[in-house]
Structures are given as structure tokens and as C-alpha cells.
Design a protein around this ligand. Structure first.
Ligand SMILES: Nc1ncnc2c1ncn2[C@@H]1O[C@H](COP(=O)(O)OP(=O)(O)OP(=O)(O)O)[C@@H](O)[C@H]1O
Length: 308
């Protein structure tokens, strides 16, 4: 396959990337590439620093694989370079190429897709916490951020800790609860039945403890957008049409995708096998959180880097 040679400017950027990586104990240099560069030459300038290539272009992925370099395939083209970088980092963690505590040097282009012109050093732990807060804010149009935060934190805790050292998976569906109730049926007797709304709010520690206790029962929890548990143990019957999910995801995740497709609800699935939490909106995974050692820090972002 034909390769694009490294310009003198790119060479000096890559040599700088190596120095930044070494001085900051970075685990790897991740390059976002839009075209098939001469990756062997890239690796030469990075010397011993591990190289990862992230791209949504098949020819670029193929070129990197041919050169024996780890590839992070990206799904579709997000609007900004920053989103693409975030996606690449999350995918790399999910594929066990990076861990949540790593520092990574990212090399990408902001001004010219045929080149590499920018360098960032990213602390993944801080970045992931910020990313989560920011991404949840994007979903806020359907469900208030406060409700999402409680439920996502709870889901992450369930995925990480399980119950009495047993792995636990579960499913939360939040928003448009009347329609969600109509599109589901009872699997087990509803444990929330008969309680007043004030006693079912997820912002109450007692309710969160109950949800954790009940997480191992079959079926989904349904929450209203304002954060009240409406029911638990519901089997979702939404039709699984026009959906495409990653291989390996089973019936819980298909049910989550389906309900988020036919309603404006957001579904939050915790995988029993991996502890991974996935948020579904409009039939698609919009956020994935891998089980982390540290609790999420809900930091607010004041500034945004320039858009590509
Ligand atoms: N339609 C549904 N509505 C609600 N819950 C469901 C539905 N389908 C499956 N589940 C729940 O998901 C559980 C696990 O199913 P399955 O193993 O096929 O899911 P999965 O997507 O592979 O998830 P995991 O990664 O947790 O194994 C079931 O025991 C059930 O509680």
C-alpha cells in the first residue's frame, strides 16, 4: 500500500512527542491519522515509546496493521477532533491497549488532515471524569443531569463492586416512563409498589442501597426523568428493529438499545460479565464507561479546546 512520507515538520513534532512522552512517563503515543503515513518511519522517531494508531479510515487501519502497529478502529467520524480523540482513548481502554491511570501523548492534526501538527499530553483518569460529565450534559435534553449523575454513578458502582463479591449486571431505563411501562411487562413482583414518590427518589441514599440490593433480580428498573423509581423487574418488549450493536452484546443490551430507539428514554446497561456501563440513546451506545478503580469526579468544564 502506498504511504505518505513524513515531512520535516512532522518529523520534528514526532521527536518532540517522544521527548514529552519520556519526560512525563507516558505509556504510549496515540496518533490520530486520516491518511496512511509511513508508520515505520513514525515509529523510528518515537524510538522506544509505544505507538498506537487510531483512525476511522479502513486504509489507514490496514496500513498500520501491515506495519505491525496496534490499531484503535474508530467507528464514525465525530464532529470535532476533540471528540475523536476522546473516542480513541475510550476505545483503546476498552481494547486493553491503555489503562485508566495512564498518561498518553496524543498527536493529531487540527489544521491540515494530510499532516500532523498538534501534540497533547492527556492524563486519562482526569480526562475520563471530565469526558463523562460533559457527555452526560449532552444527554441532558431528555433527562436532567442530576438524575443522570445519580444513575450513572450507581450503575458504575454496581458494575465495579457487584453484590457480596458476585458479579451483577442490571438495566436502568430513565425518562418517558409511562411509555416505557406500556412497552414492558412484569418479570417479578414490583418491589417499589405501594411506596410514596418521596420514598422512591434516587437522590436518597436508602433508595440507592435498595436498587443495589435488587440489582440481581431479572429485568429492568424504570425511573422517571425526575429521578423516582417507578418499577423494577420489568421485561422490556420494545421491538428490536433498525438496530446494530457490537458483537458480543446479549439480550440485556439489545433490550436497552431497543427501548431507547422507540422512546426518548435513556437506557443504562451494566454488563454482568465485564462491569462495563453503556448509555443508550436513540438505539445507539452514546457513552461507555469501563469499570475504574477510582470513583468518578464530577468536575465542571469551563473551557473547550478549539474545534477542528
Ligand atoms: N428484554 C429484556 N428486558 C429486561 N431485561 C432483560 C431483557 N432481556 C434480558 N434481560 C436481562 O438481562 C439478563 C442477562 O441477559 P444476557 O446475558 O443475554 O445479556 P447481556 O446483554 O449479554 O448482558 P451481560 O453482559 O450482563 O451478560 C437477563 O437475565 C435479564 O435479567
Amino acid at each position: 500500500m502506498k504511504r505518505v512520507n513524513i515531512s520535516p515538520e512532522m518529523k520534528s513534532l514526532l521527536i518532540s512527542a517522544r521527548r514529552v512522552a519520556v519526560e512525563n512517563d507516558a505509556t504510549a503515543a496515540l496518533i490520530l491519522a486520516d491518511i496512511p503515513f509511513n508508520f515505520l518511519e513514525v515509529r523510528k522517531y518515537l524510538e522506544k515509546v509505544r505507538l498506537l494508531i487510531a483512525s476511522d479510515k479502513e486504509d489507514v487501519q490496514e496500513a498500520a496493521r501491515e506495519d505491525g502497529i496496534d490499531v484503535v478502529p474508530l467507528m464514525d467520524e465525530p464532529q470535532t477532533r476533540q471528540h475523536q480523540l476522546s473516542q480513541a482513548l475510550l476505545e483503546a481502554i476498552a481494547d486493553d491497549l491503555l489503562s485508566t491511570g495512564d498518561q498518553v501523548v496524543a498527536v493529531y492534526s487540527v489544521f491540515d488532515r494530510d499532516s500532523l501538527d498538534s501534540l497533547s499530553i492527556v492524563n486519562l483518569e482526569e480526562h475520563l471524569a471530565k469526558l463523562t460529565a460533559r457527555d452526560l450534559r449532552r444527554l441532558e435534553t431528555q433527562v436532567p443531569l442530576e438524575t443522570l449523575r445519580y444513575l450513572v454513578d450507581l450503575a458504575v458502582e454496581i458494575g465495579r463492586e457487584g453484590r457480596e463479591s458476585h458479579k451483577v449486571g442490571t438495566l436502568f431505563v430513565v425518562g418517558q416512563h409511562r411509555k416505557v411501562m406500556e412497552l414492558s411487562h412484569e418479570a417479578v413482583h414490583d418491589p417499589f409498589k405501594g411506596y410514596k414518590k418521596e420514598e422512591r427518589l434516587v437522590r436518597s441514599q436508602r433508595v440507592r442501597e435498595s436498587v443495589k440490593e435488587l440489582a440481581c433480580i431479572d429485568g429492568a428498573f424504570i425511573f422517571s426523568a425526575d429521578g423516582a423509581a417507578v418499577a423494577a423487574g420489568r421485561i422490556l418488549d420494545a421491538p428490536k428493529v433498525n438496530l446494530s450493536l457490537s458483537k458480543g452484546l446479549g439480550s440485556r443490551h439489545w433490550a436497552a438499545a431497543a427501548i431507547s430507539k422507540v422512546t426518548s428514554a435513556i437506557a443504562i446497561a451494566v454488563s454482568e460479565s465485564s462491569g462495563t456501563v453503556r448509555l443508550f440513546q436513540d438505539g445507539r451506545v452514546v457513552l461507555r464507561i469501563e469499570p475504574m478503580d477510582q470513583a468518578l469526579k464530577w468536575v465542571d468544564i469551563e473551557t473547550e479546546p478549539p474545534e477542528a
